[in-house]
Design a protein around this ligand. Structure first.
Ligand SMILES: CC(C)(COP(=O)(O)OP(=O)(O)OC[C@H]1O[C@@H](n2cnc3c(N)ncnc32)[C@H](O)[C@@H]1OP(=O)(O)O)[C@@H](O)C(=O)NCCC(=O)NCCS
Ligand SMILES: CC(=O)OP(=O)(O)O
Length: 327
């Protein structure tokens, strides 16, 4: 079954509340209306009611199925301010909190943190930093996870080809320990998508074919990840061709159980990860759904600003799926 059909069946009718802070953005509003009409999620759209309905009317969208919340008129704003000050423990005064929570991403993240919503999808307009910083500060990572990271589900040909790429979004230059943790969290994300993970830690070197600090970091991360999660097939350092192409794998890494069969690709740092996913998306015609943030206490997903309505729709389904699995 198509991965999205499976997820849709799980979330349909479950009344999972997803917050959309970018309520006046047509790609977001269109997806929210569609998700609500199909009974897949209960959308909460952030924005001034007149502005949101104005955009909807102009585009022939019905807003009946949406809850529209405006931070400026939100009746429980004082409680939210108090909860934020408590959560930030000395890092924000009440006056600062009142200012900060006017920001739609902070407001939406607080709704999620306070269990008034089950997850959040943003980033069609905002940069990744502005989208995820509230989640890092408020929702925070699960016990045992020190860093959140951003994975993409890469899909081509009606779902026959599916892979996970990470970290393409958050950690600029992770150390070996962090990279190992990212690899393990990405294996878990793969399982969520029904993929039996074979995890390759990518490099420009395969099994010592080049020597450098960058290569040593990936080799070290591989060792740590293997120790952290012996239940998964994890190997590195591997070049992309050794990880993916079986004939090349036979030559470059003949003893590897991952080389030539990898379906989870962990990049050594964000530059290669972000560039790599966009090349596969734009040259390779892969659909790139994400970044799905891994390891947070509640799901928050960050869109690329280059997304279309379908991307918002699909990432919201994944976010709702994460919410239901975390319940
Ligand atoms: C994500 C990012 C914005 C965080 O940077 P930042 O806001 O400067 O982070 P700071 O170091 O000030 O930390 C802010 C808070 O987030 C937490 N944090 C930062 N990175 C984190 C991570 N990867 N996982 C979990 N928590 C994290 C910090 O612990 C801190 O929490 P605290 O305030 O409760 O102490 C930054 O790493 C970044 O810009 N990454 C690249 C984003 C990007 O442009 N991606 C490309 C497009 S997808
Ligand atoms: C994920 C990503 O690259 O986001 P953006 O394109 O918005 O920078």
């Amino acid at each position: 079954m198509d991965i999205f059909e499976g997820l849709k069946q799980k979330i349909k009718g479950q009344k999972i509340k997803i917050v959309f802070p970018e309520g006046t953005e047509i790609r977001v509003l269109g997806a929210a209306v569609r998700l609500g009409a199909e009974g897949l999620v209960d959308p909460i759209v952030i924005g001034n009611v007149d502005e949101v309905t104005g955009v909807a009317d102009k585009n022939g969208l019905k807003t009946d199925g949406l809850t529209i919340l405006d931070p400026a008129t939100y009746p429980e704003f004082d409680q939210m301010v108090a909860a934020f000050v408590e959560r930030r423990k000395g890092k924000a005064t009440e006056d600062q909190a009142r200012e900060i929570l006017k920001d739609a991403n902070y407001f939406g993240t607080m709704l999620t943190y306070m269990d008034l919503a089950d997850g959040m999808v943003s980033g069609a307009v905002h940069s990744t930093g502005d989208t995820v910083r509230p989640a890092l500060q408020i929702i925070k990572t699960k016990p045992g996870v020190s860093r959140t990271s951003g994975a993409f589900l890469m899909v081509r040909g009606n779902g026959q080809e599916k892979y996970i790429f990470s970290d393409c979004a958050i950690n600029i230059n992770p150390g070996a320990q962090e990279l190992a943790e990212i690899a393990v969290e990405t294996a878990k994300t793969a399982e969520m998508f029904g993929i039996d993970p074979k995890v390759a830690l990518l490099s420009f070197s395969t099994k010592g074919s080049a020597k450098s600090d960058e290569v040593a970091k990936v080799a070290e991360a591989t060792k740590i990840a293997q120790e952290l999660a012996p239940q998964y097939e994890i190997d590195g350092e591997l070049q992309f061709d050794a990880a993916y192409v079986s004939t090349v794998a036979k030559q470059k890494a003949p003893d590897s159980k991952v080389a030539g069969q990898a379906n989870v690709f962990v990049f050594p740092e964000i530059q290669s990860g972000n560039i790599g996913y966009k090349i596969a998306q734009r040259f390779g015609n892969f659909e790139a759904i994400g970044p799905v943030l891994q390891g947070l206490n509640k799901p928050v997903s960050d869109l690329s600003r280059g997304c279309n309505e379908e991307d918002v729709y699909k990432l919201s389904i994944i976010t709702a799926g994460q919410a239901i699995m975390g319940k």
